[in-house]
Structure formats: C-alpha cells, structure tokens
Write a protein that binds this ligand. Structure first.
Ligand code: AMP
Ligand code: ZN
Length: 500
C-alpha cells in the first residue's frame, strides 16, 4: 500500500459543502482554474491570500504526482462596481478618475500583480488568460446559448436563470444569505438573471467595447470565466477556485452558463473551492474602500513578503484570518527560526554531502521510496505530512512538522535535507534559498545605513569585551535614537532591527 492509498487527497467541495476524494477527470492530470484579479487597482493582501491558497492547492496536487494545468485569468474588462448588474465597469471608472486609458491601467496593474505573485513565490500558472484577448470567443459562447437561455433588454443580453436546473445551488441562494442579493435592473425577468453582454448605452462611448449581435458593448464578467476555463481546461475539468465572495454570485452564474453551454446539469468543474477572507479589525479588506494594505506596504515597512505567505499558511484556507501587524511580525519571527534551523542543516550538508546543495532532484532519494534506510522518525513525519495535506490542505497542521524535522539533530542530515526539500515543494517558502539576513526588518525609510549599524555594533562588542560599559551603553542609546532596536540576549541572535 502506498501513501496515497492510506491518505487519498480530500478537498472541500463548496457545491456539496462536504469533503470529497479527489478523482481526476483525466488520468494522472489535475486541471485547475482560478478566478484572477480585476486589474483596475493594486491587489490588496487579502486578494493575494486567494492566490497563495490556489498555489498551495497546485503545489499539493503536483506533490501528489498529478500533472498540473493551472489557469488564472486577468479580468481587464466587464467587472462592475457591484458583483451583480448595476454600477459602472471598474476599468472604465478607474480610467475616468485617473485620466489614463483603460488599457494602460489594465497593463499597469497586471504587471504590479505579477510582481506580487513573484514576491510571494507563487508558481507561474500554465496560462494567464487575459479577458480582452478572448472577447470574440465569448461572443461565440453567448451566441450558442442565446436562443435557449437568454433574452435581450435595453441594457444587454440577459441569462434567464430559470432555464437551468438548481440555479444558485452553490450559493444556497434560496436558503441562506444569498437571498435578495441582486439589485433589480429594468426589464429583467427574474431577480437572479444576469447580463452576459452589456450594451454600451446610446449616449455613451466606452474605451473598451466590441461589436456583437446585440450591439456594441462588453462581455459580462461571469461569461469571461466560463469561456476561458472551458477553453483551456475542457468542458469538464477538476477544480475551480476563488475567494468566498464568489460563491454567492459569480460562480453560481458561471455554473448556470456552463450548464447551458454543455446542455447538461454538470457545473463544468467537479470541485469548487473557496478561500475565506483576510479581515482586519474594520472587517473584510476591500479594494473599493480605497484605503487598503498591499504587499508593497508590508515591504516598505521592512517585512519580507514570505512572512505574509507563512502567515497565510498558518491558518486553514477556509478560516477567516485576521491581519494585524503583531501577527505578521510573529510569522516573520517564526520564519526566521525555521530559516536558522535550515541554515544549520545546510552547513552540515555542505560539510558532508555538498552534491545535494546543487539541487539536482535526481539525487534526492525520497523518504517514502527509501523506507528501509529512512529513520523511523522521518517516516513518521512524512506520514503525518501526507495525512495533514491530503486532509483538505491542512497547512497549519503541516508547518509544525517542518519545525520538528529541523530539531532532529541526531538524524542523518542527508535524509532530513531530502524531506525538507519535499516540504519546500509544498509550502513554497524558499527555505533552501533565503538566509536570515534576507529576513532582517528593513524599512524603506530609515535614516541609517546597514553598514553603519554593523560598524557601531562591532564597536559596541569591542567595548563590552573590554568591560567599557559606558561606551557600550552610549552606542546603544545612539542607535536607539536612530530607530534601531538592539536585542541583547536575543535567543535568535538577531541582534538588531529597525523599528517599524
Ligand atoms: P478581485 O480582484 O476583486 O476580482 O478579487 C480577486 C480575488 O480575491 C477573488 O478571488 C476574491 O474572491 C478574493 N478576495 C477579495 N477580497 C478578499 C479578502 N479580503 N480575503 C481573501 N480573498 C479576497
Ligand atoms: Zn471568475
């Protein structure tokens, strides 16, 4: 019996609100679609939680041996200021406000988003699908379902949600909070009906508009994801992800379109997964509120972005996570301790098995393939890792295993390094690359250079060695006045940090 028999991968399916054993549509493959950002502004760190979650899912699937095809879209047209059919297009509104073109805005914020993806060590998907590159195909999609499932109003082509079975099952619309959620639009037959094509009003010109059988206009946001997901992953694919807000409107509407397009009850994806929100004390973090935290703000305060990744992994993706600076700094400290453990292990490897540090995966004999020789404690940790991660991606339970692994100083370093490398594949914390010094708190604005701090610390060290405590204290006071916090007796030997 191998590990995957003992611990099959179980994922929480929002459709059934139950755990489900992952059974891939195509043998040995995993095809995943993630709703991407609307690029009218920067992404806030809450948005980035959604991609850290999707990345953890993708990494776990790869680790479990599936050939992963991951698609993330970029919504550069079509998302209105309300998730339903009222309000303005977010892109057009941002263009109007800034005086820039909607196309330039999309390009700028897409690049900013990709930069954050990189900084958080989120793996590149197989495809970034850009909505505006697919509008002709979206029109074809809409044409193919228009006769049976849609009707035209003054404002656009609408999807009649009574033409598909169980509309809103994902949101539990008729029983839960979903009820009464959509504002009324003139001419709509049913409250839940939604626009799949929005006509440009006669008295307006839009920067982003296309000709269609229903007049000049733009695709509805939900149409984009239905068309792009099925184009790249097939009419029936494995997993669709997004933030929990998408469970209420966006994904039920995608499902309705998928059912119509495929002329069957199937929702397109077998499993729909949703990450819960990052919240702050004021409530859900949102871009529309204007004032929001983005990754760059954390970096400017001197916090390494991977501390935020760890902060997310410390919570289960289905739990709300509260952002506080204290939580973030605690995650940074935890990451530093882990990295120190890795550095010690790395030193032993460098002394005894330098070939392993070349990173060539062929020479990494995995613990589970080498049970005869593997240390029993490592076999146990590997087993617990498998059990935690296959239990709906229980990363908060898995991270302590990494810490436990690093404490096993008597166990063969090579075997530990192999298991660490395997864990690294899942967590994506760059543990085998980053150093303690990379994690030092480095605010963008500080009045003193790091080399000067180090020089002062050397001086102070010398003074202390000579029992000249007066000088040592004076140096300390001088540094404190410049915002440098010294940590004498710091068990991490982290010596100093610049106050944030
Ligand atoms: P948007 O750019 O608004 O389309 O959102 C991008 C992704 O972030 C979507 O999957 C949202 O569901 C998700 N999201 C939005 N706000 C939060 C939040 N506070 N915490 C976690 N995910 C969020
Ligand atoms: Zn989407």
């Amino acid at each position: 019996m191998n590990d995957s028999d003992a611990h099959p991968l179980k994922l929480f399916n929002s459709l059934t609100r139950e755990l489900q054993i992952f059974d891939s549509v195509h043998d040995g493959e995993a095809r995943v679609y993630t709703c991407g950002p609307t690029v009218y502004n920067y992404q806030h760190i809450g948005n980035m939680r959604a991609y850290i979650f999707a990345d953890l899912l993708g990494r776990t699937l790869s680790w479990q041996g599936y050939k992963l095809t991951h698609v993330i879209n970029i919504t550069d047209v079509g998302h209105l200021t309300s998730d339903a059919d009222v309000g303005d297009d977010k892109m057009e509104k941002a263009a109007e406000k800034s005086g820039k073109s909607a196309w330039d805005i999309a390009k700028y914020y897409t690049n900013a988003y990709w930069k954050d993806i990189d900084r958080l060590n989120i793996r590149q998907p197989a495809k970034w699908s850009i909505a505006t590159d697919h509008v002709e195909e979206m029109i074809d999609f809409a044409k193919s379902i228009a006769d049976k499932h849609c009707y035209e109003c003054d404002t656009g082509l609408y999807f009649d949600t009574t033409t598909v079975p169980n509309y809103g099952a994902l949101a539990r619309a008729s029983t839960e909070e979903g009820e009464g959620r959509i504002d009324t639009v003139e001419g709509k037959r049913n409250q839940n009906d939604f626009a799949i094509w929005r006509k440009t009003p006669p008295d307006e010109t839009r920067q982003m508009e296309w000709d269609s059988p229903w007049g000049k206009g733009a695709p509805g946001w939900h149409l984009e994801c239905s068309q792009m997901s099925m184009k790249y992953l097939g009419d029936r694919f494995d997993i669709h992800t997004g933030g929990i807000d998408h469970r209420e409107i966006h994904h039920p509407n995608e499902i309705a379109q998928n059912q119509a397009y495929n002329s069957c009850d199937h929702s397109g994806a077998n499993i729909w997964m949703h990450n819960n929100f990052l919240i702050d004390r004021a409530g859900k973090m949102s871009k529309s509120s204007g004032d929001f935290l983005r990754l760059q703000v954390l970096i400017d305060k001197g916090i390494h972005p991977l501390a935020y990744r760890l902060m997310c992994l410390q919570a289960h993706y289905r739990s709300e996570l509260e952002f506080t600076w204290e939580n973030l700094v605690a995650a940074l400290t935890r990451l530093k301790r882990i990295v120190m453990g890795v550095e010690r292990l790395k030193q032993r490897i460098a002394d005894r098995h330098p070939e392993l540090l070349s990173g060539s995966p062929e020479i990494l004999t995995k613990v589970q393939d080498d049970k005869e020789r593997a240390h029993p404690k490592l076999i146990e940790i590997r087993e617990q890792l498998q059990s935690a991660m296959t239990d709906d991606l229980n990363s908060p339970k898995a991270i302590p295993l990494l810490e436990e692994l690093l404490t096993l100083k008597k166990v063969d370093a090579r075997q530990r390094w192999n298991l660490l490398s395997e864990m690294e594949q899942i967590f994506g914390l760059e543990l085998t690359n980053i150093t303690r010094s990379d994690l030092r708190v480095r605010p963008a604005e500080h009045s003193i250079a790091e080399t000067d701090i180090e020089a002062k610390l050397d001086e102070r060290q010398k003074a202390k060695a000579e029992k000249d405590f007066e000088t040592a204290d004076a140096i300390r006071d001088e540094l404190t006045a410049q915002g440098v916090d010294l940590m004498d007796g710091d068990p991490l030997r982290w010596e100093w940090r610049i106050e944030i």
